[in-house]
Design a protein around this ligand. Structure first.
Ligand code: FES
Length: 99
């Protein structure tokens, strides 16, 4: 049986995102339930290059979750998003083919 895919989270630590609170996002992971570590793949990364397009996609700080970018991330929003994804990962919906 294949290993379940981890939830890939990248937190921008570029200057603009850092100033707008990205370091607090990394600190937020320290206070998350330890059992979430089994399904999370978290890394701080240099500038994701979304800051140059902020007028179109929203404000800093930026995070990607499974390669999807999110603007204006806060630790509260991030925790809620991760909780939902962890719940889904631990309780996957089984889809059966209709006869
Ligand atoms: S500093 Fe975060 S996207 Fe550039």
């Amino acid at each position: 049986m294949a290993e379940p895919q981890k939830i890939k989270i990248r937190v921008c630590q570029g200057t603009a995102c850092f100033v707008m609170g990205a370091s607090e996002l990394m600190e937020a992971f320290e206070n998350m339930p330890k059992e979430w570590n089994d399904v999370l793949d978290v890394a701080a990364v240099p500038c994701l290059n979304f800051c140059n397009a902020r007028s179109e996609i929203g404000s800093m700080p930026y995070v990607t979750v499974n390669d999807v970018p999110y603007a204006g991330m806060t630790s509260v929003k991030l925790r809620a998003m991760i909780k939902q994804l962890v719940d889904e990962a631990k309780n996957p919906v089984v889809v059966r083919k209709a006869d």
